[in-house]
Design a protein around this ligand. Structure first.
Ligand code: GUN
Length: 295
């Protein structure tokens, strides 16, 4: 039987735990974690994510500081805002939604966020800490999507140690930090990417496949070993024809119908990894608050 990993449910459980923890922190310190959410322009997908992040943060008791800036803002002015937020005492986490407009150097903006307030875990210092910190360091700010994937994997209750894990995609946001997290769990990790030779065979050797490439249904059923666990990070909008009418559909990087025949556990799209990313952002904001207030 194939287990359908319910990201909505796992994320809800994490949010419930965070809400309880934030209530306790509020009683102890008289304060709640604060998250600054910065959006530049009006990219439709970003607006959806930002709305969802803001709503979820408020629901668990995090104070949200919204900053919606026009597309034409200069890099200098955006850096000034980040600097202000770095110095704002009641802001514990700063999130600058990506992508940014072309005229702004994304890395320069991410580098300008104070590492202690880096709710996304994208700052070079936090990227470095992820690779060298001890395995049980609870103070780390880790990129949200891969951490969400790890929570789902751990929730299956299997021993990850020694498993062959293949991460497809080498992005800074997902692929690379995912590989680091799996390495910490003592998996044997391979990062496959667009130049990997015989990627199908590489995948067929995996006990765990994490697909994060942004290519609809790239991972076919026969790429998945019988009994493997499949985590699908992709969220791709495709057009399909239903009874002569064109409709939009969200699909992952994995051909779900085929792959679920071989997988022992698999995440759906939507309702898999997506909700976990947001829950882990709230977790990072709470960690940043605890680090600061020494709780
Ligand atoms: N754009 C797509 N995913 C993310 C994310 O996890 N964080 C931020 N800041 N922007 C994104």
């Amino acid at each position: 039987m194939t287990t359908l990993i319910n990201g909505k449910e796992v994320a809800q459980n994490l949010r419930n735990e965070l809400k309880k923890e934030i209530d306790i922190l509020k009683t102890k310190t008289g304060k709640v974690p604060g998250l600054a959410v910065v959006q530049v322009g009006n990219v439709a997908a970003s607006s959806v994510y930002v709305k969802s992040k803001t709503k979820s943060a408020k629901e668990v008791g995090i104070e949200v500081f919204d900053h919606h800036l026009p597309d034409e803002i200069t890099q200098e002015d955006l850096l000034k805002l980040v600097n202000t937020l770095n110095n704002q005492y009641n802001v514990n986490g700063i999130l600058v939604q990506l992508p940014l407009p072309k005229h702004i150097n994304e890395q320069a903006v991410l580098d300008s966020i104070h590492p202690d307030k880096d709710a996304d875990g994208f700052h070079p210092l936090n990227v470095g800490k992820l690779s060298i910190a001890s395995d049980n360091d609870e103070s780390l700010l880790v990129p949200c999507t891969p951490y969400g994937c790890l929570i789902m994997l751990k929730g299956l209750g299997i021993d990850l140690s020694g498993k062959n894990a293949v991460v497809i995609g080498r992005s800074n946001i997902v692929g690379k930090p995912m590989a680091q997290l799996l390495l910490k769990e003592s998996c044997t990790v391979t990062i496959a990417h667009s130049k990997t030779k015989n990627i199908e065979d590489v995948c067929r050797n995996a006990d765990i496949v994490v697909a994060a490439v942004g290519r609809p249904k790239m991972v076919k059923g026969d790429w998945v070993k019988k009994g493997a666990i499949v985590i699908d990070v992709g969220i791709n909008r495709i057009t399909i024809e239903v009874e002569g009418v064109e409709k939009n559909k969200l699909v992952g990087d994995v051909d779900f119908d085929e792959a679920s025949k071989n997988a022992s556990a698999i995440t759906p799209v939507p309702g898999g990894v997506g909700p976990m990313t947001i829950a882990c952002l709230l977790r990072n904001t709470t960690i940043a608050f605890k680090n600061k207030t020494k709780q």
